[in-house]
Design a protein around this ligand. Sequence first.
Ligand SMILES: Nc1ncnc2c1ncn2[C@@H]1O[C@H](COP(=O)(O)OP(=O)(O)O)[C@@H](O)[C@H]1O
Ligand SMILES: [Mg+2]
Length: 241
Amino acid sequence: MNKKSAPTLEIKNVYRSFKQGSQTLEVLKGINLDIDKGEVIALIGPSGAGKSTLLQIAGLLERPSKGEIYLDGQKCSKLGDAMRTVLRRDYLGFVYQYHNLLPDFDAAENVMLPQLIAGVRPKVAREKAQWLLSRLGLGKRFKHRPAELSGGEQQRVAIARALANTPKLLLADEPTGNLDPKTSETVFAELLSIVKETGLSALIATHNHDLANQMDRKVELEDGKLVDLRASLSVSRENFY
Ligand SMILES: Nc1ncnc2c1ncn2[C@@H]1O[C@H](COP(=O)(O)OP(=O)(O)O)[C@@H](O)[C@H]1O
Ligand SMILES: [Mg+2]
């Protein structure tokens, strides 16, 4: 692989358009973004701005119309579907607004499942699941099925599941967007703390500015382009002297 350590994620000049009848909807118009190791970036922008589209492309669930995604220096357009699936499984973790937990499996089993698919032994997978769930305050909820958990608890299980295979990059699409404000704040704080503790990189879409302000950096999708809000954030006392 690369001699110098490559960014965890590089988005290079990414375009994405959707054909709708005779019309072409251009959602992403030349997006560039690097995420370094351990960096946590907020992706903001109003509903319909293209946040989910960008996250799906970054997460290799969709291909861009033009442009390139590099994960750990690997050019992803060159990879076949099998290798992209392996990268998604081993390198990436996903959290969605709706948890998508499997209803017939309990919390621990939901967190074990991606590990079993990756070939981890059940005993090891269970220990990891229990550690993650305990870390997220669900030590007494291992055997609860999703329907027996509150919304905040379900999202915590979804976060544990995303972290189960020790990803390098977490992609989260409005991970607390479905929760009441207070629960959202708590779950979000826990998510950030575990991300920082494990040193992984993250790209987290939210339209909550208070949550976005807690991350290392904010970028905003505006009319298909990405605006880096670091410049406006870096106005500090030094600017006055
Ligand atoms: N598969 C698709 N086909 C057609 N249009 C789509 C598709 N996915 C997203 N879009 C359109 O792209 C725009 C951006 O959507 P999305 O990425 O979901 O925005 P956000 O997540 O910021 O709310 C929307 O106008 C949406 O209707
Ligand atoms: Mg969205």
